[in-house]
Design a protein around this ligand. Sequence first.
Ligand code: SIN
Length: 490
Amino acid sequence: MNKHEEFGLKDKHLVKHFSYINGSWHSSETQISVTNPANGNVIAKVSNAGSVETELAVKAAKDALTMWSDKSANERAVLLRNWFNLMMENQDDLGRILTLEQGKPLAEAKGEIAYGAAFIEWFAEEGKRVYGDTIPGPSNDKRIIVVKEPVGVVASITPWNFPNAMIARKAAAALAAGCTFVARPATETPLSALAMAELAERAGIPAGVFNVVVGDDARAMGSVLTQHPDVAKFTFTGSTPVGKTLISQCATTVKKVSMELGGNAPFIVFNDADIDSAVQGAIQSKYRNAGQTCVCTNRIFVQQDVLKAFTEKFSNAVAQLTIGEGLTDGVNIGPMISSKAVAGVDKLVSESIAAGAKLLLGGKRDKSGDNFYQPTILTDVTNDMPIAKNEIFGPVSPIISFENEAEVIAMANDTEYGLAAYFYARDIGRIWRVAAALEYGMIGINEGLISNAAAPFGGVKQSGNGREGSKYGLDDYLEIKYLCMGGLDQ
Ligand code: SIN
């Protein structure tokens, strides 16, 4: 059986084995193996690019910049729209590639393709609305004019948890703004990024505008992308510690940066909440991608009067989740990305049990394989336990009880993170108070799924800066230029 039959694709040419630089596929001397996290099987070998290829990609992006930024917003929109159409036409194949390299269930993987494509569609349109301003000058002979221009070459480093959408929401905004782009996807999940490059080429996006470099030397490639003088902007999605290092590297050339970093999302259920909808929201926001998203619920706070009812209904719902390999019908929870990631989650669970938490459900590796962890619920958790202090990034729900609003707000905000928060309540006064008091960039109110192309995704505090998606998402790829026009009364 050859590799493509194993993938089961309609279009085998979507599986690429080389970096995509300046419109061509580049081989390197060594290769990296891409494995299926569900079973450890090698599904593809991809050329292992390093700093040399990364420099070539930056050069290609720089050389293509004037040609691309000189195009009208409309011309760019047509090409982006083609890219969007091709992504959706190939949604089944792209979903299979994504499941095989990342592990998430196929329905979720196809959902990610639609989610990623939605950013391309959104920014294809939004790029036409890059408005400036005219401002009355300080005297009658002057006018102040504000225009917006593309920042230039943009470089990105993206994670394995959303191999398609994290690239799409950065690249789409950058390209729509008139910037050119170099993507460095996670070593674990290069195939989705390379398939996007293949479709960008088919869409007619010119050589050098969208480049993808794949390699395992994150440090060397990252150094080029964060320190090359021709890169004007650097954008990263990943952990807060790595983000801090990358920001400091970007400081050497004073790059514009946007950072989408870690989270420790509180999910608060007040006494007046609709419990069934809170349970549904908690399942969605906790167990999406086996708990491996930055906006996943990390701590569930439940007010005492509804603690019993919520916990019972929630544990019944979690017990229904089916764990298994992502291509199997009906699976809700796929593997985690690695055995090391499973060990990290298991350690948080056992340390918290040792500190007094009680195990209600799960709590161990699953028989499905080394990378599978059972959907888990811990009760009697306190906000100072390891499971509450750390970003779990796995399918574990710690439940913490609380008495009143002030107490829960203090606990929810007691973290260096500030990405997403969720709460369920019906009292309108409480809804406004709590929304204002939570120190987070995004808040789901009676809603567990908040990510979409029309909304500004991003955090405060050590969860990062900048926004992705929405009309605000373009600003990160634009510079403001002020023109002072004088001598108007002569
Ligand atoms: C992330 O985990 O970084 C992104 C999650 C999302 O876009 O919803």
